[in-house]
Design a protein around this ligand. Structure first.
Ligand code: B12
Ligand code: SF4
Length: 499
């Protein structure tokens, strides 16, 4: 079958700091190809819609799969589905990915017949049975499937994540993927899932708090296949199991692989086993993203981060000692007043780390969606990108964005200060020499993208598709939030009842 897979365009934040390959979609492509299908991929983060139109015309897909990891991309995906359905009427259109798994029924309704099915949960075990069913019948019986007629059996989960390999070769503008100065940059997955349960996050609810590791040999083999000199490790929390991080490092050393790495982890994980990170720093680990979320104990408790401010600060010292540059994330509470913004600005200027801000946003699939979201001020999907306020702000909304952007701008200037400017110039020179312009563009684009008036005006756009209203459920039993329940692994007998 001819399958076209599409990733929607980049969101606001990715316009400057980063743009990375859609690894999940590549893995779905890998699974479909392994089952004998003809697969093409268009990533609208790096290719224009014209390319998509051309592809639809020339390839005439029999099935179209759109990746929806991000809520903010839902209106774009529905519009795409409608256009392709018009152009190729017989084409079977399905959606899959993190966010759409939590709002499948609503999106199907909103698409008004342009979307035939949504795949909840992991795409690798679902795609081949789905395509078979599209040809032979029985779509409603495919595990993980939701159609307007209802839910099929519970989604299956891969036993292990070594296979299928991501179909990286199908991506057409790989040199456009980058993160900061790591330009160009590929992505890799060493583990999947997260055992913690932060209240603002849906990573753990998607995977039912499970945690799977790639075998060290498969991880190193995949790494060896990557052509780019830089690699982003997509794991939610890297090196939770120190022996796993060490075993991959040993394989990487044995094969003599040299790359520069960017990863994401937690302060407590770094503090428990700094030796693993030290070993990876020797192998090329340059950047680390630490989701600190708050600078005070109250905020950390609120998000159930299970880390203390003290641990966070110690982790920063450890990373500095290891020579790893750290990017910190702090969650901006829309309830902040000007004074709270000032305190955070002061903190951000005092530390040498890169500080990012994301606005506290209740998402479907998170616990705060059920506890906080009665107060939503908008249900416009496009604003759920953690750069907009979707619950009431203490400051008038336009003032809130002024404070937010001012805080971001102060920090941006800090990074473009004199010392950094010399460093940046060196990196720039090196990248430009190799024809890599992503990092250079990012340096000058800040004011275009981060603009309080633009962010405020986004709230006044006509809204066509709205998020469903949250249902108030008792989050005492967290399993109600899960997409994947642990019983349903690939190969296990499927259940007929909805999960
Ligand atoms: C790596 C990552 C990124 C990377 C790479 C993104 C990319 N281009 O793919 C970067 C750093 C760029 C990034 C940025 C952002 N991210 Co992000 N990211 C992740 C993270 C940690 C892992 C994703 C991943 O690669 N997993 C590994 C692959 C193999 O899994 P996967 O992508 O989920 O794909 C599987 C399934 O979802 C499904 N699937 C996926 N696509 C499709 C398509 C079809 C057709 C089918 C059938 C199935 C299917 O099958 C795949 C294989 O099992 C997730 C958290 C998580 N654990 O999911 C957050 C997450 C997806 N990100 C999130 C957010 C908020 C963002 C930002 C908006 C943050 C911001 N404002 O700064 C930006 C926006 C990015 C953009 N598109 O413009 C949220 C999404 C929230 C939401 N409900 O919308 C998540 C869930 C994190 C969280 N804790 O809440 N992100
Ligand atoms: S924020 Fe990080 S540690 Fe917390 S549940 Fe999400 S992925 Fe896990």
């Amino acid at each position: 079958m001819r399958l076209l897979l599409v990733h929607p365009s980049a969101l606001m934040y990715s316009e400057i700091f980063l743009r990375l390959e859609p690894l999940g979609l590549e893995r779905v492509a890998g699974a479909a190809r392994a089952a004998g299908h003809q697969v093409r991929v268009v990533d609208l983060q790096v290719l224009g819609v014209r390319r998509l139109r051309e592809e639809v015309r020339s390839f005439r897909p029999e099935a179209l799969g759109i990746s929806l990891n991000y809520l903010a991309n839902i209106p774009e995906a529905i519009a795409l589905a409608k256009r392709v359905k018009q152009e190729v009427p017989g084409c079977f259109v399905f959606l899959g990915g993190h966010s759409v798994s939590f709002v499948a029924e609503e999106v199907l309704r909103q698409a008004e017949g342009a979307v035939d099915a949504v795949v909840r949960g992991e795409g690798e075990p679902a795609v081949a049975p789905l395509l078979r069913a599209v040809r032979d019948g029985g779509v409603d019986e495919v595990p993980g499937i939701v159609t307007v007629r209802g839910r099929g059996p519970a989604p299956l989960m891969l036993h292990g994540i070594d296979e299928p390999l991501p179909a990286r070769d199908l991506m057409r503008a790989r040199r456009r993927y980058f993160i900061g100065e790591l330009d160009p940059c590929a992505s890799i997955e060493f583990t999947r899932g997260c055992p913690w349960d932060c209240s603002f996050c849906s990573a753990w609810t998607f995977y039912g708090r499970s945690y799977r590791k790639a075998s060290p040999e498969a991880a190193a083999e995949d790494l060896a296949r990557i052509r780019e000199p830089n690699v982003f490790i997509v794991d939610d929390v890297a090196f939770i199991r120190p022996e796993h991080g060490d075993a991959i490092a040993a394989e990487v050393e044995r094969r003599g692989i040299r790359k520069r790495y960017y990863l994401e982890t937690r302060a407590d994980v770094l503090l428990r086993h700094p030796e693993v990170f030290e070993r990876w720093a020797r192998l090329g680990l340059r950047y680390m993203f630490l989701g600190m979320e708050a600078i005070d104990a109250e905020g950390l408790d609120l998000y159930r981060k299970r880390v203390s401010p003290d641990e966070n600060f110690k982790a920063l010292q450890t990373a500095r000692r290891l020579g790893i540059k750290v990017a910190i994330n702090l969650i901006v509470d829309p309830a902040w007043d000007a004074e709270q913004f000032r305190v955070v600005r002061e903190f951000a200027l005092a530390v040498p780390e890169i500080v990012h801000f994301t606005v506290m946003t209740p998402y479907p699939g998170t616990e705060i969606w059920h506890t906080e979201s009665r107060r939503l001020t908008t249900r416009d999907y496009r604003l759920f990108d953690i750069q907009h306020a979707v619950v009431p702000t203490t400051l008038p909304l336009d003032r809130f964005y002024e404070e937010l952007v001012r805080t971001q701008a102060v920090i941006n200037r800090k990074h473009l200060g004199l010392r950094t400017a010399f460093g940046a110039a060196r990196v720039l020179g090196r990248n430009l020499l190799h024809g890599q312009t992503n990092f250079a563009r990012m340096l000058w684009k800040f004011n275009q993208v981060y603009n309080p008036r633009r962010q405020f005006a986004d709230h006044a756009r006509p809204v066509r598709y709205e998020l469903p209203l949250p249902q108030r459920i008792d989050v005492g039993d967290r399993r109600q939030l899960y997409v994947h329940t642990r019983g349903a692994a690939q190969g296990a007998p499927s259940r007929r009842t909805p999960d």
